[in-house]
Design a protein around this ligand. Structure first.
Ligand code: MLT
Length: 244
C-alpha cells in the first residue's frame, strides 16, 4: 500500500484526489465532533461551508440540529458549537446534524472528487486502519488550521500509519508520511503534553476547551467508520465503547 499525506485543506488539488481512497482528519475538532455526534445517534452529518448555508437547512430538513464554530467559539444562533464533549445523545439522537467549521468542513468539500472519504481522528483509528487496509493507495488528508500545518492532525496521521503497520507489511510511505509516522513514534507517550503546547492546543486552552483536547486524544474510544458521500456523512456501524 502506497501512502501519501496532504497537510492542509487548502492544498488539496481536485486532480490529486480524484478517484482515490482518502482519510480526512481534523482532530481539533471537526472530525472528533462528527464521530461523537454519530456515536451519539445522529442520523447523518452534513458539512456546510458558511453559517448562512448551515442555517438554510432549517427550512428544508425536519429534525435538524445546526452547529458550528468560528474562531473556535459557538456561533450565536446555532444550536451547538464544535466541542465534542457538549454533544449529548438526548439532543442529537436520530437528528441530522448540519456542521459548519473553519477548516474541517472545507477539508471535506475539497475532497469531493475522491472515490472514498473516511472520517478519522484519534477516537477511531483502529477502525479506520482496518477499513482501508485493502486499498492499494491511500491519501491521508489533514485539515490544518487557517491554511497552515497543524501538529495534531499530523500526529493523528502518524498514528494511523502506526496502526496500518501493525496490519500490513508492504507500506510504501511518502517522505511526509514517513515523518508523520516517526513523529508519532517519538511523541506517542506524551501526546497531551505536546499538543497542549501546539498552536491549536494553546488556542483551545485559551477558550477553556481543555476537555475537548483530552477527549479527542482518547485512542480507539469509538468503533465506527463514517464516510462522506454526496454531501452527507453517515455510518453503518455505530457504537460507543467508552462513555466520557
Ligand atoms: C475547524 O474545522 O477549523 C476546527 O475544527 C476548529 C475548531 O473547532 O477548533
Amino acid at each position: 500500500m502506497k501512502i501519501e499525506l496532504i497537510l492542509t485543506a487548502d492544498s488539496i488539488k481536485t486532480e490529486r484526489v480524484k478517484g482515490k481512497a482518502t482519510v480526512a482528519i481534523d482532530t481539533f475538532r471537526a472530525t472528533s465532533t462528527i464521530l461523537t455526534a454519530l456515536a451519539q445517534g445522529a442520523k447523518e452529518v452534513i458539512p456546510a461551508l458558511s453559517v448562512e448555508e448551515a442555517l438554510s437547512y432549517k427550512n428544508t430538513l425536519s429534525d435538524v440540529i445546526i452547529a458550528g464554530e468560528r474562531k473556535g467559539e459557538k456561533v450565536e444562533g446555532l444550536d451547538l458549537g464544535n466541542s465534542p464533549v457538549e454533544y449529548q445523545e438526548q439532543q442529537i439522537q436520530d437528528k441530522s446534524l448540519v456542521l459548519t467549521t473553519t477548516n474541517g468542513t472545507k477539508l471535506l468539500l475539497n475532497l469531493s472528487s475522491a472515490r472514498r472519504i473516511l472520517i478519522a481522528a484519534f477516537l477511531n483509528l483502529s477502525s479506520i486502519a482496518k477499513a482501508v487496509k485493502g486499498e492499494k493507495e491511500l491519501i491521508i488528508c489533514c485539515a490544518g488550521s487557517r491554511g497552515e500545518f497543524s501538529l495534531e492532525d499530523f500526529l493523528t496521521a502518524g498514528a494511523l500509519i502506526y496502526k496500518l503497520k501493525g496490519l500490513k507489511s508492504d507500506l510504501k510511505l511518502s517522505d511526509l508520511s514517513l515523518v508523520a509516522y516517526q513523529n508519532y513514534l517519538t511523541n506517542q507517550g506524551q501526546l497531551a503534553k505536546v499538543l497542549k503546547e501546539s498552536e491549536h492546543g494553546r488556542r483551545l486552552l485559551a477558550l477553556n476547551k481543555e476537555a475537548d483536547i483530552d477527549y479527542a486524544l482518547q485512542q480507539d474510544a469509538l468503533f465506527l467508520v463514517p464516510s462522506y458521500s454526496e454531501g452527507v456523512i453517515s455510518c453503518k456501524r455505530k457504537s460507543l465503547e467508552n462513555s466520557f
